[in-house]
Write a protein that binds this ligand. Sequence first.
Ligand SMILES: [Zn+2]
Ligand SMILES: [Zn+2]
Length: 206
Amino acid sequence: MRELSIVEIRFMDHLKKRGCPVCSASDEAVRLFFESLFYENVNDVGVRKRFESDSGFCAFHTRIAEKFSDPSGTAILYASLLVKTDDDAGGHAGKCRCCEVRDEAVGRAVTSVGKFLENGSLFANLGKNLLFCRRHFSMLSRKLEGKNLKLMEKFQDEKLKEIHKLLNDVLKRIDYTSKTKDFTDDEMFALFSAPKYFSTFEELNR
Ligand SMILES: [Zn+2]
Ligand SMILES: [Zn+2]
């Protein structure tokens, strides 16, 4: 069997997490991007030039950035942007750098799933609480064919049925006083995964 690359070994961790492993890998890449941006990269000339030529971040990533930013980083980044004269008064000059970071991470993750499927190691490494979100499953499906596509469709279909059943179990005994602790780990997985399965954020980028 071919040796795994560093990217594939790192991606293995995401297969054990709750929810979509591609979302998990992409969220991690975005978190690391913002952590290093506000920790030291706001002082990097190249990073700031790119930020200026993009005219900042898209709406979605501007909201995410609020979780990581600090007054000095925000002032450094945006003071120069405000005096920029070549802005087209709205919209972005280029693709938001963070959208790029996210898309690159998604591409690597989807490719890794394909490699694990090909070498037959995927299902042995999947955590119990894994469900691909709709967006990333459709991306993955487009890259697969034949037996591997069928295997993934069967896996995802069974997971969705399991989540449907778990949500119905929740409904049978829920009332307005119900708390998180009243549900089993499996039911919490269903309550966590169903909204994530349907979620999308493209509209925030427009
Ligand atoms: Zn996803
Ligand atoms: Zn963005």
